[in-house]
Every structure is written in structure tokens, then in C-alpha cells.
Design a protein around this ligand. Structure first.
Ligand code: G6P
Ligand code: MG
Length: 220
């Protein structure tokens, strides 16, 4: 069996992607840029400052703001986002995830988190899942957003496991690419994802027997 399973946060453990979108839409609107849900797909797994850069580029506004002004915009977005997290509680854990986490512990499989969100600790706290993760990669130590494998490699290092002995779970294309580049096996949840070693429609289909069968198929 695998030594560890490493989870993305937003879109896998809980669905905060829409809250990110609402906060960005507000900030973008304030500087005259309209964004729709399509751009949100491209912001999944992308760090706060990289997301801002993409939004400004989409509005042809990348030269309108110096780095100080960009930091202000990112801070404004984060304040709105954090405020919207206020009502987050364990009811927001996505289907199948709580049971899978418990079963992995039962199987003595290590559990890691690989999110580039600086709000990850706060979110796990609100979901009351902190104790379920053996190691959470520290987003503030990461230089490159997904699709770079850096955050997944940091999670493996923190858990003391070889990437080749791990499974990574992601809902974003950039995240699948990051897992694949790290040498882990990738599980994608959602539609329209490419290159996942295993693709499931939602987290509700995720469970240990399925992951075990998947692992054995890839290691026979
Ligand atoms: C996750 C989300 C992204 C978000 C990033 C940074 O990867 O999928 O949409 O931009 O985290 O989040 P933060 O909470 O640090 O702004
Ligand atoms: Mg995600």
C-alpha cells in the first residue's frame, strides 16, 4: 500500500474555490475589471499574487499598478476572503473525505496537505480537521505555485516519504500536473481534468478500497 496520501485543500477537502472567486470578483470590479467563473478555473492552485497577476492580465491592466498597489489589492482580496470563511464549519467538509481520512489513519498511512493557500491552517481549524493531517506543507515557504511540484515535494519531505510511494489528490489541472511532476500517483476529482492516473467525478467516490485497488493496479 502507499506510505502517504497527500491532499489538496480547496476543492478536495472543502469547497472554498467559489469564495476565492467572489472575493476576486469584488476586487477586480473595484478596479474596473470584470471576471467570470471561467477564469476561476485558471486560478485554482495558483498563489494569491500569481492569481492577481492573471486577473490584471485578463483585464489588460498589468501595467496600471506598481508592486505596492498590487500588494494592497491582494490584501483587500484576502480580507474579503477571510471574512467569507467566518461561517466555515465541519459541515463544509466534502463528501467522503472525513471517512477516508479516518480509514487512512486506521491503515497507518500518513496523511499530508499540499495547499499553496496561506489560509490553509485557518481553514483546517474551522473544519476541525487539524489533527487528521500528519504534516501540512507551509505555503509561505513555497516559491512556485502548482503546476510546479514544489508544494507536493515539501509535503513528502515533511512526512519523510518517497514521492513514488505516495498518492496525491487534486481537483485542478495545475495540481494534477504538479502531482505527476513530483513522481506521485495522481487522483483527479472533477470533470474536464487531463492526465490524472485515476479520475473520479466527485470526492463522494473516494474511499480506501478504491485507492488500494488503484495502487495495486499501478504496482503489479
Ligand atoms: C489555493 C486556491 C487558489 C488560491 C491559493 C492561495 O491554491 O486554489 O485559488 O489563490 O490557494 O490562497 P490564499 O488563501 O493564500 O490567498
Ligand atoms: Mg484545489
Amino acid at each position: 500500500k502507499p506510505e502517504a496520501v497527500i491532499f489538496d485543500l480547496d476543492g478536495v477537502v472543502t469547497d472554498t474555490a467559489h469564495l476565492h472567486f467572489l472575493a476576486w470578483r469584488q476586487v477586480a470590479g473595484e478596479i474596473g475589471i470584470e471576471i467570470d467563473e471561467r477564469i476561476n478555473e485558471q486560478l485554482k492552485g495558483i498563489s494569491r499574487m500569481d492569481s492577481l497577476a492573471r486577473i490584471l492580465r485578463s483585464g489588460g491592466a498589468e501595467l496600471r499598478f506598481d508592486s505596492q498597489a498590487k500588494i494592497k489589492l491582494a490584501e483587500r482580496k484576502n480580507a474579503l476572503y477571510v471574512a467569507s470563511l467566518q461561517h466555515l464549519d465541519p459541515a463544509a467538509i466534502l463528501p467522503g473525505i472525513a471517512a477516508l481520512l479516518e480509514e487512512l489513519h486506521h491503515q497507518h498511512i500518513r496523511v499530508g496537505l499540499a495547499s499553496v493557500s496561506l489560509n490553509a491552517p485557518r481553514i483546517l481549524q474551522a473544519l476541525r480537521l487539524k489533527g487528521q493531517f500528519d504534516f501540512c506543507a507551509d505555503a509561505s515557504q513555497i516559491e512556485h505555485s502548482k503546476p510546479d511540484p514544489e508544494i507536493f515535494l515539501a509535503a513528502c519531505a515533511g512526512l519523510g516519504v518517497e514521492p513514488a510511494r505516495c498518492i496525491g489528490i487534486e481537483d485542478a489541472q495545475a495540481g494534477i500536473e504538479a502531482i505527476n511532476a513530483s513522481g506521485m500517483l495522481s487522483v483527479g476529482v472533477g470533470s474536464g481534468l487531463e492526465h490524472a492516473d485515476l479520475l473520479l467525478p466527485t470526492t463522494a467516490e473516494l474511499n480506501w478500497p478504491l485507492l488500494q485497488t488503484f495502487w495495486l493496479t499501478k504496482h503489479s
